[in-house]
Design a binder for this molecule. Structure first.
Ligand code: PLP
Length: 390
């Protein structure tokens, strides 16, 4: 969202106009921003055969999936339902990676049936895969490298206590099963967590995978997951993509040399591609003074954006109706759900009046997709701004 001619705009369309046209609460996404992020990621790995697989759990809106596809981004799914959405958006089964955790084997069989690549994340399922398909179906193995990193304990996925992946200390068991059934392992995968700002954490996890990769002479793919940090607040440290690109590329090219053939490097970003492209527009229903604070009660809540409550996430809030206010106020912005659903506490915002439209920024990832019908309320509509049109 940009400030232009004293208005908040997306691709030159005033955000307030979008709110008036479609009503609130409303999710709005900027296609240009998504394309910019795709190019930024590709630009960090110029020497590498890179594939981006959008972790669509972050945002499964069908127009977003089509936009990803048009821009050469493939897709990572975690459920049969996401797989169906990917196919519905026009992806070939072979462009889809299925990275489930602890699912029943029939979900894996269904994904194999449409030609998807499977990331196997436990020894039992690896053995079942071998028994069922032998070496006939290529697959990948999700490794837990035992690296703790991420913005919050709830979004770390590769530390010793995490349920995800096969612990790297079980490498011998993996190799025994793979050899016993002649399983065609074409890739190794790991995903460390979300909101990782230090390039070093990615490199440490990658090193574990690069080392194990040497046990698979025919390996074709290294998938290093997602987790790149974006800025939620001014001054937030983010993943330095050029630095990460340079560090990982060097180690990756060394691995290719050791294995004697070119490898593909895959990433599965969610947040990095769509977080900054999205905002949630809400309207102030009440401005409620109390002795110690003033509450702004909006027509939304944790049913639409759960991240502040679930992860203590910060979402910057701007008063779209009052961009040039002479006065600001300090508010607690709260939802209308029968829970303590506080979007922001003691937040300075341009003076808010009843009926004003507020924008919660950086809401593109894990916003709509984590929304619910709690309190039997509807979900917001979603609007994509594409080629200058909402
Ligand atoms: N890949 C896997 C396996 C994940 O579990 C996730 C997130 O949970 C992602 C990728 C995307 O993470 P992020 O949105 O932080 O990039």
């Amino acid at each position: 969202m940009q400030i232009n001619n004293h208005q908040y705009q997306i691709q030159n369309i005033p955000v307030l106009e979008i709110a008036q046209q479609f009503g609130t609460p409303l999710y709005v996404y900027d296609a240009d921003k998504i394309v910019e992020k795709i190019n930024q990621l590709r630009g960090a790995f110029p020497q590498i055969n890179l594939k981006i697989k959008f972790a669509c759990k972050a945002l499964t809106n069908i127009s977003i999936l089509k936009l990803m596809r048009q821009n050469g981004v493939e897709i990572d799914v975690v459920s049969p339902q996401e797989l169906q959405l990917a196919l519905h958006a026009g992806y070939e089964g072979s462009q889809v990676t299925f990275t489930p955790s602890g699912v029943s084997f029939d979900e894996i069989e269904a994904a194999v049936a449409v030609g998807s690549m499977i990331n196997l994340d436990n020894l039992i399922v690896l053995e079942k895969f071998g028994q069922r398909y032998g070496g006939n179906v290529p697959c990948m193995i999700r490794i837990k490298p035992n690296v703790a990193a991420g913005g919050n304990a709830k979004i770390m996925t590769a530390h010793e206590g995490s349920k995800f992946g096969i612990d790297i200390r079980q490498r011998e068991e993996i190799l025994t099963i793979v050899n016993q059934y002649g399983i065609n392992v074409v890739g190794l995968h790991q995903h460390t967590g979300s909101d990782i700002k230090e390039a070093d954490a990615f490199v440490r996890a990658a090193d574990v995978i690069f080392d194990f990769a040497q046990s698979f002479p025919n390996l074709q793919i290294i998938d290093l997951g997602g987790g790149f940090k974006v800025a939620y607040k001014k001054g937030d440290h983010i993943t330095n993509m050029p630095e990460l690109g340079a560090q990982l590329s060097e180690a990756f090219l060394n691995l290719s040399k050791k294995l004697g053939h070119e490898l593909q490097l895959w990433f599965e970003p969610g947040k990095f591609l769509v977080s900054e492209a999205g905002l949630l527009l809400v309207q102030a229903n009440v401005v409620k003074p109390a002795p110690s604070r003033t509450f702004v009660g909006v027509n939304s809540g944790l049913n639409h954006l759960i991240r502040p409550m679930m992860y203590d996430a910060y979402h910057h809030i701007v008063n779209v109706s009052n961009p040039e206010a002479e006065k600001t106020g300090v508010y607690d912005v709260v939802g209308y759900i029968c829970e303590t659903d506080t979007f922001a506490k003691d937040r300075e915002i341009n003076e808010v009046h009843e009926g004003d439209v507020l924008a919660l920024l950086n809401a593109g990832a894990y916003g709509f997709t984590m929304s619910s019908h709690y309190n039997s309320r509807f979900r917001p509509a979603e609007v994509l701004v594409y080629q200058g049109k909402a």
